[in-house]
Write a protein that binds this ligand. Structure first.
Ligand SMILES: [Zn+2]
Ligand SMILES: [Zn+2]
Length: 232
């Protein structure tokens, strides 16, 4: 991949993130093409490569943007709002990720995985949220990108561990990883803090493992596999 190619892909990534930040939704390929003065075919080819590299997520027919983590083009259990804009958060992790990427306080609203009670909190980059909620991860790290939209859909908040266990029993699912909100907030910050930067690049699995370990997220559940791609 030559330098022009790298620069082009960077622009094709950034045009998506800029639109998400400003408008709460991704650009269409035609809008991106207009903005970058490219052909729609070129945009689609570039987005296809970014999708294959797990930088963006295209929808099933590969014509539109489905997700650019932490942003989602469609509802996924989480609404995230600043004073100026609102977004669909992809999951609990992504909702704190929007706070971290923007570097500003946002309101996060969702429902409890277990009891359905509305849960809301102010996510502030300066301090972890005081709420006693927990975040539940169902899918182990090595499987995140098997179907990343489905994976995100399962990363939810709950009132407490009891609500997670009630949900698991009702659904016949196992309990995955349960994180306190401070750990979830810290993971969102470290993972997504530089997501809007021009020179952002995806973490290698080794780098991701270091991030997880620093937060005490170790063991088979957090093992990204070999040579599995890092997610987020
Ligand atoms: Zn609950
Ligand atoms: Zn997610």
């Amino acid at each position: 991949m030559d330098a022009d190619d790298t620069q082009r892909l960077r622009e094709l990534r950034q045009v998506v993130y800029r639109e998400f930040v400003e408008e709460g939704r991704p650009p269409t390929a035609a809008e991106a093409a207009r903005r970058l003065q490219l052909g729609v075919e070129e945009v689609m080819a570039g987005w296809g490569r970014l999708h294959d590299d797990h930088v963006l997520v295209l929808d099933d027919d590969r014509v539109g943007i489905r997700m650019a983590h932490p942003f989602s083009a469609a509802p996924m259990h989480f609404v995230v709002a600043s004073a100026e804009q609102k977004w669909w958060g992809g999951c609990a992790w992504d909702s704190f990720g929007i706070m971290a990427a923007l570097g500003q306080q946002v309101l996060v609203a969702t429902t409890c995985l277990g009891c359905g009670r509305p849960l809301a909190l102010l996510a502030d980059p300066g301090a972890p949220p005081p709420e006693p909620y927990v975040a539940h991860f169902l899918v182990p790290a090595a499987r995140w990108w098997d179907d990343v939209v489905a994976t995100c859909s399962t990363i939810r908040l709950a009132c407490d561990r009891e609500c997670v266990e009630r949900w698991a029993a009702a659904e016949g699912e196992r309990v995955g990883a349960v994180l306190d909100l401070t750990t979830m907030w810290r993971l969102g910050k470290v993972w997504y803090g530089d997501r809007l930067h021009d020179d952002h690049r995806r973490r290698t699995p080794e780098e991701a493992a270091v991030v997880f370990a620093e937060l005490g997220l170790t063991g088979p559940f957090w093992d990204l596999g070999d040579p599995g791609p890092a997610a987020g």
